[in-house]
Design a binder for this molecule. Structure first.
Ligand code: SF4
Length: 384
């Protein structure tokens, strides 16, 4: 069986394991681990799969998914078999395509986030067919944590303590009776389709009035503090530069003298390591444990040559520049801005082999200086 490949320029399409995307460096295969949690067995299996069938790296995404890149077409099916053996993808491609569920990463066994996410996963067959990028956020802790992460239908906690279902783009949500959360999520997904949501593509762009039963009356609670790298009640939270980690480094993290039992993926290029005792040692070049590291403020997509839309290199420049930029830095291979949707203090966008420089801007925004090369940019920021 060959891969049903699509390239990355199809609008509104979102790759997964069964529908990989052809990139400049080969196929990109996306894995959506259940509840965003990987056991040591999963991690070792994924690392082996990446080394055998991909480029030996694992990339995290803003939806807390994992990507294996650089997969050859004839390696795709063996990779799929390995992921099936690990239980990391659904054998049914339709259900796998619907498993676009972002789970608040600090969930605990038996809490509302865990139970609702499990129920939604068990009821994927009840969801309608939705545009590829439409997804769900189950964020039912004491305060929302996923507001800056992409999702269209969100279960969140209101200031009153009650759970609400909030359609993305609406400030308020619908209060929910306990035990009916998943019913409401599924019903709102059906309403989205029936009210023409496919044409809008995303809930935030869909301005149809919500149905009467989903009246948006209740504000969510104030967001929780953003997860930081360093000590964590589960063990330790570690940053991954640009969301990427080498399989060899991940193996050292979980398979040596360390006590890491599992890791949880987040949408912020941070993984939470579950460990009962402090880690004896860390492969520091691969993980960020210092909350003041400038790399935590830097975003950069894969750029050229891995992405066919890019005409410039991104991450080497971002690494060199980050210590010289006071705020956030975004180096984007093109105006699409895959690595960061929000504006950054300094944004460099690739165009025809050069960089456009903009401030407090999104990728592709009107630049203050256009057509620069890397040396000019480094000199501009005193990094030459
Ligand atoms: S932003 Fe980067 S990864 Fe996204 S399409 Fe452009 S070059 Fe490719």
């Amino acid at each position: 069986m060959s891969a049903p490949v699509t390239n990355g320029v199809v609008k509104g399409w979102c790759p997964d394991a069964w529908r990989p995307m052809m990139a400049g460096d080969g196929l990109l295969v996306r894995v959506r681990p259940p509840l965003g949690r990987l056991t040591r067995t999963h991690i070792l299996g994924l690392c082996e799969a990446s080394a055998r069938f991909g480029n030996g790296q694992l990339d995290t995404t803003t939806r807390a998914n994992l990507q294996i890149r650089g997969v050859r077409e004839d390696s795709w099916r063996p990779l799929i078999d390995a992921l099936l053996d690990l239980g990391l993808i659904d054998p049914d491609p339709t259900l796998e395509g619907r498993a676009n569920i972002l789970v608040a990463p600090e969930w605990r066994a038996g809490d509302a986030t865990h139970l609702i996410a499990e129920e939604l996963r068990a009821r994927l067959s009840e969801l309608p067919s939705l545009p590829g990028k439409v997804g769900f956020a189950i964020d039912a802790g004491v305060a929302p944590t996923l507001r800056d992460a992409p999702a269209d239908f969100r279960i969140e906690r209101a200031a009153t303590g009650q759970l609400i279902l909030r359609a993305d783009g609406r400030h308020r949500g619908t209060p929910l009776v306990r035990g009916t959360e998943t019913d409401h999520v599924i019903a709102l997904a059906h309403w989205f389709g029936e009210s023409g949501g496919a044409a809008s593509g995303r809930m935030a762009r869909h301005d149809a009035s919500l149905p009467e039963w989903a009246a948006a009356t209740t504000l969510p609670a104030v967001s929780a503090q953003r997860l930081k790298v360093g000590e964590h009640p589960f063990g330790i939270a570690l940053g991954l530069p640009f969301g990427r980690v080498a399989a060899t480094a991940l193996i050292r993290l979980v398979d040596g003298e360390t006590a890491v039992e599992a890791i949880r993926l987040t949408p912020w290029h941070i993984v939470i390591c579950e460990a009962d005792t402090p880690l004896a040692s860390l492969p520091e070049a691969d993980f960020i444990a210092d909350p003041s590291s400038p790399l935590l403020r830097a975003d950069a997509c894969v750029g050229a040559p891995a992405c066919p839309q890019a005409t410039i290199e991104t991450r080497t420049l971002a690494r060199r520049l980050a210590p010289y930029v006071a705020g956030s830095l975004h180096v984007s291979g093109c105006g699409k801005g895959c690595a960061r949707a929000a504006p950054a203090a300094v944004t460099l966008t690739g165009r025809e082999g050069r960089y456009d420089l903009a401030f407090d801007a999104r990728a592709g925004a009107s630049p203050s200086s256009a057509g620069l090369d890397a040396a000019q940019i480094l000199a501009h920021f005193g990094a030459a």
